[in-house]
Design a protein around this ligand. Structure first.
Ligand code: AOF
Ligand code: ZN
Length: 338
């Protein structure tokens, strides 16, 4: 096996280690580490839970005896900060480690900055091996720190002809029960869920995970701030009203994103309705789109897309998954940024 193939295999192993920490490390990134002596793996480690030891600490601790000339493979740049634990940088002794291979930089300014320090201490550093895989593993963490906003998932459920509600606003039973359960799972893995006032009024929704896991924090856009009697108010929602918002939809979304970032919300599920989803689509602030399509036709009603567009307009959507849920179909697109 040549060196690159071996490096890849070992970084792949570090990524596999990292995955073992999901979902317990959230909102921290999942990180894995492998220590190799040139002929065999001496130890491995991963970040097991939020607030717990970092991957490098676990791997160094698992080394059975003092050794020299080692290579560390780690899926995220080692941290420089003393947070809930000590700085991982301090564990990488240049007398022990000749080389550190890092998949991707840490986008968290508080923790990053170890690469140059490692180099200055005489250690060879290689950055970028399996970078895409490492970014995908912690995609919410990267969007949050790099774009300074939550990772945004837009979700809607429509008929085969693209309607999300009848003329009278009735929309509750478009998709089947298992599609709804699938979405309750998505709610359970998002920090917050956002809806507009029309949806709140028409559906009086619960917006919880229905016992699957954690309930997301509720975020409501309600210009008039007049919906206090709805049941979601029992859950102490964040409300954005005309106090904070203007008649410029893009500005409003940017304001909300910035505010949720400050509130440390790393992931946001937007569940409508049509106007709200269309505004997010229009200003291009989203990362994933979950479309649930049910085998029904309405012919008329409320269409999911409320903006102006043309057949030529590219939405930069990349199909990443399709899932058959009974007779419904869940289609997952990712936004491509290039
Ligand atoms: C590493 N190795 O295994 C992880 C790192 O709250 P703390 O003190 O645990 O620090 C969390 C931050 O540290 C997190 O936001 C990210 O920047 C980095 N995570 N770093 O060297 C690890 N999980
Ligand atoms: Zn660390």
């Amino acid at each position: 096996m040549n060196n690159l193939a071996l490096d890849k295999e070992l970084m792949f192993k570090a990524l596999e280690e990292a995955k073992r920490g999901i979902p317990h490390v959230y909102p921290n990134p999942a990180v894995g580490c492998v220590i190799h002596d040139g002929s065999k793996i001496l130890s491995t480690g991963y970040h097991k839970k939020f607030g717990g030891n970092h991957a490098e600490y676990e791997a160094v601790k698992n080394l059975e005896k003092i050794a020299y000339g080692l290579t560390m493979y780690v899926s995220l740049e080692p941290c420089t900060h003393t947070g809930k634990t000590g700085a991982c940088l301090d564990l990488i002794d240049p007398n022990v480690f000749d080389r550190v291979v890092i998949a991707e930089k840490d986008p968290n300014n508080e923790a990053s900055g170890s690469i140059n320090k490692l180099k200055r201490s005489g250690i060879n550093v290689d950055l970028g091996l399996l970078r895409n895989e490492a970014r995908e593993l912690n995609k919410r963490f990267y969007v949050f720190h790099e774009k300074k906003r939550p990772y945004v998932i837009l979700k809607y459920a429509s008929t085969l002809d693209g309607f999300i509600a009848q003329d009278n606003g009735q929309s509750k039973w478009i998709t089947n029960k298992n599609s709804r359960i699938e979405n309750h799972y998505t709610r359970s893995i998002c920090d917050a869920i956002l809806i507009g006032s029309n949806t709140a009024k028409l559906d009086n929704p619960d917006l919880g995970s229905h016992g699957i896991g954690r309930d997301p924090k509720i975020v409501l856009i309600d210009f008039d701030n007049s919906l206090g009697s709805l049941k979601l108010f029992k859950k102490n929602p964040i409300v954005y009203s005309s106090k904070e918002l203007s008649n410029d939809n893009s500005k409003n979304i940017n304001f909300i994103m910035n505010d949720l970032f400050k509130k440390n919300i790393q992931s946001l599920l937007v569940e409508g309705g049509a106007k709200t989803i269309s505004n997010f689509l229009h200003c291009g602030i989203f990362d994933e789109l979950h479309c649930y399509v049910a085998p029904k036709f309405l012919g008329r009603g409320l269409n999911i897309f409320q903006g102006k567009s043309s057949i030529k307009k590219k939405n930069n959507l990349k199909l990443v998954d399709t899932k058959i849920i009974g007779d419904d179909l869940k289609i997952t697109y990712k936004r491509s940024y290039s």
